[in-house]
Unconditional design. Structure first.
Length: 78
């Protein structure tokens, strides 16, 4: 799968969690493979997450790696 970091743009209207993750990654100047390494997941996991096709395990790891606050089990993780 291709890492398309250089052709992606930050979107103004974050409609999905994938948009939030992609925007945070791009604002930090990170490539998808960088986030995968930080979160301990595969590049395919990052690509799926940004396309809103991810399961919960990679999702929580990526949110934590990018310091995106989230709720899990009724507690705020920030």
């Amino acid at each position: 799968m291709k890492d398309t970091t250089n052709t992606e743009k930050i979107v103004d209207d974050e409609r999905t969690l994938g948009d939030v993750v992609r925007n945070r990654r791009l604002r930090r100047g990170l490539k998808q493979r960088d986030v995968a390494r930080m979160a301990g997941v595969s590049l395919a996991d990052i690509q799926a997450l940004e396309q809103n096709e991810s399961g919960p395990d990679p999702l929580y790891r990526v949110l934590a790696a990018l310091d995106i606050p989230y709720l899990r089990g009724g507690r705020d993780r920030s």
